[in-house]
Ligand binder design. Structure first.
Ligand code: OOG
Ligand code: NI
Length: 463
């Protein structure tokens, strides 16, 4: 079969994302409620802001605005992670970034599998935040071994899914029928299983070690634990969730509400308690429950340079030193006030952010810039003269402190646990079977490429 008859990876990803959304709405009705609320608020926001509407019409596909931007899974073994990398590659999703969550009391490290080029992102931006459990952080050696045995015995991919991945790798893609089958087969890996693969006693011991360990080890597969549509007004959705009968987490993670959005803001409704059965002593099932699945929303802003990110991290740390958000929401207003106050130190106009070297931007020639001759100006003069315009590059990645907040609020609000901070990107990449892309280098390259396009025409001093 030649490459022309292959379905594009972007199309497979879009089909997969749609199939997963349908499955999840069906399995978690509260998620369907959240989706409706997001669509409603997005419609209201667009109706009230014709300029935003015009801009989104030009850059995004408006009817897809409320679709899922990401989801998340938690894997148990290096073998699962490396196979997952191959599965996602068939859908044009590649590992970007390394996130160490151990510092935040969650025994995992993670990457995000995502489309990388601007064109792929605009065709379908779906990403999967993928965590690998770190049994090495569990103190109890016996429990660690038992958990490793349970994980070693499970098979999270169907034989057909593996066969189709191998075929895609061999042939450089999949034809229509195979691509459709691939989506159906891979979906199985993300499905919820209400029958555990461990006993209630084992579940309790895993749960006592860390709730997340129980979530990863006790089930047949890495059920998708949330999906995340894009909202145009995260504060409004957060405020309205209770009216819809869904309980939001205490605070929105990330930067405060701003005129010029930076990085990523996200919030979720709290994970639901769901009935599961455990393996009983006499071969009968024993009833119990497990809390894992939730719904999230996100709103993205400009990608920050290392300098901008360092400022963001410092201001966030300062805020949290002033007010640590309580899980029950009792000091949410104080936290928000402190966040807004501390972040006054972060410039809130695009040119200020750009000139201070805090954010990444793309540059292009304006109509005027294209028409004038003898353009001899440095970058700043050319911008001032209206020859070149700049636009913020959207942050497409994740934030470890925010991710930890999302994890925590969905693992239950009881006391968080401490682990010794131990990032281990080398081990992660070995288990993954490849390096992860450095997100800063990636954004910098996009910015540089856009500048070079302008440079060819406007004779700028080195920018
Ligand atoms: C992943 C939490 C991280 C995000 O949006 O930051 C995440 C998880 O709970 O497995 O999805
Ligand atoms: Ni998420």
């Amino acid at each position: 079969m030649n490459a022309n008859s292959h379905v594009s990876a972007d199309k497979i990803r879009a089909d997969f994302s749609a199939a997963m959304s349908a499955m999840y709405r069906n399995e978690v009705p509260a998620y369907g409620t959240l989706m409706s609320l997001v669509a409603e608020v997005n419609a209201e926001t667009l109706a009230a802001d014709p300029i935003l509407k015009g801009r989104l019409e030009a850059t995004d596909t408006l009817e897809r605005i409320s679709e899922e931007r990401h989801g998340a899974i938690r894997l148990g073994t290096p073998g699962e992670l490396s196979m997952m990398r191959r599965v996602f590659a068939v859908m044009g999703m590649f590992p970007v970034g390394y996130y160490d969550l151990s510092t935040a009391g969650v025994p995992v490290h993670s990457t995000a599998f995502r489309p990388v080029g601007a064109e792929s992102l605009s065709r379908n931006p779906f990403r999967v935040f993928t965590s690998l459990l770190r049994l090495d952080l569990i103190a109890d050696e016996k429990l660690r071994e038992e958990a490793a045995d349970v994980l070693a015995a499970r098979k999270i991919f169907t034989d057909e899914a593996v066969r189709l991945v191998e075929k895609a790798e061999r042939d450089g893609g999949l034809g229509e029928a195979h691509a459709a089958r691939f989506v159906t087969e891979v979906l199985e890996t993300f499905r919820w299983h209400d029958q555990a693969i461990v006993s209630a006693g084992m579940y309790k011991r895993l749960h006592d070690a860390h709730r997340l360990i129980a979530d990863v080890v006790s089930f047949k597969g890495p059920h998708i634990n949330h999906l995340t549509p894009r909202t145009l007004d995260i504060d409004k959705v957060q405020a309205r969730m209770p009216e819809e009968g869904i309980a939001p987490k205490a605070v929105v993670e990330g930067p405060p509400t701003r005129t010029c959005p930076i990085l990523l803001r996200q919030t979720s409704f709290k994970a639901l308690e769901e009935a599961v059965s455990f393996i009983g002593a006499d071969g009968a099932w024993q009833q119990g429950s497990h809390t894992a699945r939730f719904g999230e929303i996100e709103q993205r802003g400009v990608a920050l340079t290392p300098k901008g990110r360092a400022l963001y991290d410092r201001l966030l740390t300062e805020t949290r030193a002033r007010v640590r958000p309580a899980a029950d929401g009792s000091n949410a207003a104080e936290y928000e006030a402190a966040l807004a106050d501390v972040f006054k130190a972060f410039p809130d106009d695009w040119d200020g952010i750009r000139k201070a070297g805090l954010g990444y931007f793309t540059y292009c020639l304006t109509e005027k810039g294209k028409s004038v001759t003898g353009r001899n100006a440095d970058l700043e003069t050319a911008i001032e003269a209206g020859l070149i315009r700049f636009d913020p590059i959207v942050y497409e990645d994740f934030l470890p402190v925010s991710a930890a907040g999302i994890f925590q609020s969905n693992l239950g609000d009881d006391a968080t646990q401490d682990f010794v901070a131990s990032p281990n990107q080398v081990m992660f990449e070995r288990d993954l079977g490849s390096a992860v892309l450095d997100e800063f280098a990636h954004y910098a390259a996009i910015q540089r490429a856009s500048l070079e396009m302008c440079l060819g025409i406007v004779n700028m001093a080195a920018a």
